[in-house]
Design a protein around this ligand. Structure first.
Ligand code: 4AD
Ligand code: MG
Length: 467
């Protein structure tokens, strides 16, 4: 096992004269007169270690196997490097080949492959510069998220992945069953005669993969005050877009004694903090994205870190869109949900920074959002970011038992199924609020990558669940 101090990122900072064993995969090999240069990477940093092999120092039959993609140990001494951008290089004394990679068939032989091609080789794309940077940033972002909440005393709660409730009331859920699909048990009598008999299923009723941990997080907030979840969520909507996944990760803080203003404040501090952490810890990776993927990434992140988010109500936003003079694919009018084109117009053209839209019409938002006194709108908030559109969705929650019950009834939701959720409003209820951040949406923002399938290790989308 490589221990602390043995990664290539550590070797690159070690002193000249040190004897080291470097392990990793060959990025490139360049032969010149009497000497071979090998760029080696173990994923620990963007920078490669350059090994210098003098002809004659290593047996010819070993050297033949030192090709792009091969996995090696190179042992030798660190010497000062004459090349720019690196302090040391490794003068090879011994090479062990762990795994060969036939140059005739290794798919990552050359640079410049399309993202689509790389997606089809998700078992190898992790060794490319781009995906090395993507997954180092993803790791740093996950750490930043835990640091932010832990630092503020939030309790990390693991909410269930299998659930019987449909949090968003949206109905786009994956079923979980052990019933034999070829031979489904049916209800034999009564008005539901012929329907599937879920009492014979594993959980005794229909069960699904969760679309959000929020309702369970609310239980914890009403005991532990400030909590957060960070886990996988699933949506079976057939959205084949560069911003939707069927399986994605969501961060959901939930705070007791918090209203919409506190929720907005936390969301802004949170985004600034985690972006700042990644900027500090993944400099080389972000510079790569800025150079090779999107040359506005660094400027955008700096800008977000230093500007305050704009706040508008939904009603104001609709009025801005109506006055824009644009022709929209989805027409704008009060009561219609904002589409990606509208969200992007607000952040990219009107305000040129992240925007928090609040107080949406009740009819287009989930049942649990707190009703405003106007009888039309709810205390919802969506955080919109340039290039991405909606990155966070949240709200203050309806904490009044009777108001919530009326709403559940009005929307024909399963009152019995929400029994415990209603009971939370009966015993020690409190004003509370929270939000959900799409982890991969934030990854798109941080990296400048264009497709959400390229910021998650193994994307699940309609028709695709390989690897
Ligand atoms: O706006 P959403 O649906 O909100 C909720 O699920 C609330 N229960 C959150 C809460 O208040 N605790 O989803 C939250 C975020 C969105 O803003 C978006 O960033 C992301 O999750 N998201 C998706 N990301 C990738 N693929 C999808 N199919 C997504 N659907 C939502
Ligand atoms: Mg939303």
């Amino acid at each position: 096992m490589i221990e602390k101090g043995g990664y290539i990122k550590d070797i690159l900072c070690a002193d000249v004269g040190k004897a080291v064993d470097a392990h990793g995969w060959v990025k490139t090999r360049r032969d010149s007169k009497g000497v071979i240069f090998v760029q080696m990477n173990d994923g620990s940093s963007f920078a490669d270690l350059q090994a210098v092999i003098e002809t004659g120092a290593i047996p010819e039959e070993t050297l033949r196997l030192v090709t792009t993609g091969a996995c090696l140990r190179i042992s030798g001494d660190l010497v000062a490097s004459p090349a720019a951008g690196q302090a040391v290089e490794l003068k090879a004394k011994e090479i062990e080949v762990y795994g060969e990679a036939d140059p005739a068939s290794y798919p990552l032989q050359k640079k410049g492959h399309t993202m689509e091609f790389l997606r089809d080789i998700a078992h190898l794309r992790t060794r490319s510069n781009t995906f090395g940077s993507v997954f180092r940033v993803r790791n740093a972002l996950a750490q930043a998220i835990h640091l932010f909440f832990q630092d503020r005393g939030f309790l990390y709660v693991h909410t269930p992945i299998i659930t019987a409730s449909d949090t968003e009331g949206a109905g786009a859920m994956f079923g979980v069953t052990t019933l034999d699909l070829m031979n489904l048990p049916r209800i034999k009598e009564g008005d539901r005669k012929g329907d599937i008999d879920y009492s014979a299923d594993f959980f005794g009723k229909p069960a699904y993969l969760t679309v959000s941990g929020q309702l369970n997080a609310e239980i914890f907030a009403l005991s532990f005050t400030n909590v957060y979840t960070f886990g996988p969520t699933f949506r079976a909507e057939n959205s084949n877009t560069p911003r939707h996944l069927a399986e994605f990760w969501m961060i959901e803080p939930e705070m007791a004694f918090c209203d919409l203003a506190g929720n907005m404040k936390l969301a802004e501090e949170f985004l600034k903090s985690v972006i700042g952490h990644v900027m500090n810890t993944c400099q080389a990776d972000l510079e790569f994205f800025n150079k090779r993927i999107d040359d506005t990434v660094l400027a955008t992140l700096e800008h977000v870190a230093n500007s305050s988010f704009e706040h508008v109500t939904y009603t104001e936003a609709v009025s801005i869109l109506e006055k824009s003079g644009r022709s929209w694919e989805f027409p704008v009018h009060w009561g219609a949900d904002l589409q990606s084109e509208h969200e992007r117009y607000l952040t990219e053209e009107t305000f040129k920074k992240p925007v928090i839209v609040t107080d949406y019409p009740e009819s287009i938002k989930a049942f649990y959002m707190r009703a405003n006194d106007d009888g039309k709108t709810v205390r919802a908030m969506d955080v919109l970011a340039p290039r991405i559109g909606e990155i966070i969705g949240g709200s203050q929650r309806e904490e009044r038992h009777d108001v919530l019950l009326d709403k559940i009834r009005a929307q024909n939701l399963d009152e019995a199924g929400y029994g415990w959720y209603l009971e939370l409003r009966k015993f020690g209820s409190a004003p509370h609020a929270g939000f959900g951040l799409g982890f991969e949406r934030l990854m798109l923002y941080l990296t400048g990558m264009k497709n959400i399938r390229d910021v998650i290790p193994f994307p699940r989308t309609p028709g695709s669940a390989d690897f």
